[in-house]
Design a protein around this ligand. Structure first.
Ligand SMILES: *Cc1c(COP(=O)(O)O)cnc(C)c1O
Length: 428
């Protein structure tokens, strides 16, 4: 396949946009080459600027769980756009989507809509700090909660040392309030809490990690976090920006039957428009302005186009629960197929999967945290990525990303993909 026009467009973009992209993961820094420019997308396929058709396993990094240009979402946006695109005043639509989210997600009484997952997580942490009157938070190495300052902290030298910023521009003052823990290691979390008694406002976690490949929680991890938070007056924040409305209608809270104190959403909840949200029980949400003292706001929050897209998406997921079973079945089929061909070609690998999230790691050890995820062979991944691209298959241009399976994928698409992986893995 040719990507000539895409590379020309990228050269143009680089002149006027830093790195040619509006979000770094879109650049091909980790794999080499230049990004593919999209012209349009439909169902399971992307159509690029060179006229290639690509089977899409990223799906806008998660939101397009029903495929691209899903008709009810597109219609809802078109209808609303004709009535005005933004008012900065309340609309009935906001109540409708809030009420539906409440019906689908366990253990929440109120929800506030924002414009991105970053905003949702950032606001959830502020709310937890205001509510508990404490400053520190615990986050896990390898978990991503958006790009706000408190979350851009890399692993320090030991479990209880303060994190150091991994981006210039994040102050030491901010970094010292973020304590880093190891994913799936409850003893580590216990130690950190013991060393910071009475100071920790919140533990924020991806209850199924999806930003270092797909890493499900080991048995007892989430239960352990819940118990520690309850014992120590700490708010447990589930960042379900990726998993919410994907792994189940009610997200990981429903799937693992565990209650978080605050839950963050993004991606699927916006149906492909810029939406995030955070939700909790009344006693916590009533702490937010204008009811309470914790300030949070947004000119375009609850935007009618975004809410219309999100509502159409959630309604579809609510009305057809079989979608989640279909997604699971398709992903399991893909998992088994990839496993078989990688084995047959003697490629060292580990595949992690839960529901419609799956990741392929080129290392044989179990991938359970950031350290084990980082051990994968990146040279093999580069060949894998570019090989699949030549076959018309688009996966994320980084070894640390989850693949997102969409309901629009057919079994023919999956077979085509498995065959391509067979072909490509013979070249390693
Ligand atoms: C994508 C993501 C975010 C950030 O959402 P944006 O909309 O990109 O700001 C936060 N948390 C998790 C778990 C995510 O996957």
């Amino acid at each position: 396949m040719l990507y000539k026009r895409s590379s020309q467009l990228f050269a143009e973009a680089e002149k006027v946009i830093p790195g040619g992209v509006n979000s770094p993961v879109r650049a091909f820094k980790a794999v080499g080459g230049t990004p593919i420019f999209v012209e349009r997308a439909s169902g399971a396929y992307l159509y690029d600027a060179d006229g290639n058709r690509l089977i899409d396993y990223i799906n806008s990094w998660g939101p397009m769980i029903l495929g691209h240009a899903f008709e009810p979402v597109v219609q809802a946006v078109i209808e609303k756009a004709k009535l005005g695109t933004s008012f900065g005043m309340p609309t009935e639509l906001e109540t409708q989507i809030a009420a539906l989210a409440m019906e689908m997600v366990p253990n929440i009484d109120k929800i506030r809509f924002v414009n991105s997952g970053t905003e949702a997580c950032m606001s959830a942490v502020r709310l937890a700090r205001g509510f508990t009157k404490r400053d520190k938070i615990i986050k896990f190495a390898g978990c991503y909660h958006g790009h706000s300052d408190s979350f851009l902290i890399q692993a320090g030298s030991g479990a209880v040392t303060f994190g150091s910023p991994n981006s210039p521009g994040v102050t030491e003052g901010t970094a010292k309030d973020t304590l880093l823990a190891t994913y799936n290691d409850i003893e580590n979390v216990k130690d950190i809490i013991a060393a910071n008694q009475g100071e920790i406002a919140a533990i924020i976690v991806e209850p199924v990690a999806g930003n270092m490949g797909c890493i499900p929680p080991v048995e007892g991890f989430l239960e352990g976090l819940r118990a520690l938070c309850t014992e120590n007056g700490i708010q447990l924040i589930f960042d379900e920006v990726m998993t919410g409305f994907r792994l189940a209608a009610g997200g990981v809270q429903e799937l693992f039957d565990i209650k978080a104190d605050i839950v963050c959403f993004g991606k699927v909840i916006g149906g492909g428009l810029p939406v995030g949200a955070f939700a909790a029980r009344n006693e916590i949400m009533n702490y937010l302005a204008p009811l309470g003292p914790v300030y949070q706001a947004g000119t375009l929050s609850g935007n009618p186009l975004a809410m219309a897209a999100g509502l159409a998406m959630l309604q579809t997921l609510h009305n057809d629960k079989a979608i989640f079973e279909r997604l699971e079945a398709k992903t399991a089929y893909l998992h088994a197929g990839i496993e078989k061909v990688l084995k047959a070609n003697n490629v060292v690998h580990t595949i992690n999967r839960i529901g419609s999230m799956i990741s392929v790691h080129f290392d044989e050890a179990a991938v359970v945290d950031f350290k084990s995820a980082a051990k994968g062979d990146n040279e093999t991944f580069k060949k894998f990525f570019h090989g699949l691209l030549q076959e018309g298959i688009y996966i994320a241009p980084s070894a640390y990303e989850t693949w997102f399976i969409t309901d629009a994928l057919t079994y023919e698409d999956l077979d085509f993909t498995i065959k391509a992986i067979d072909k490509v893995s013979k070249t390693f």
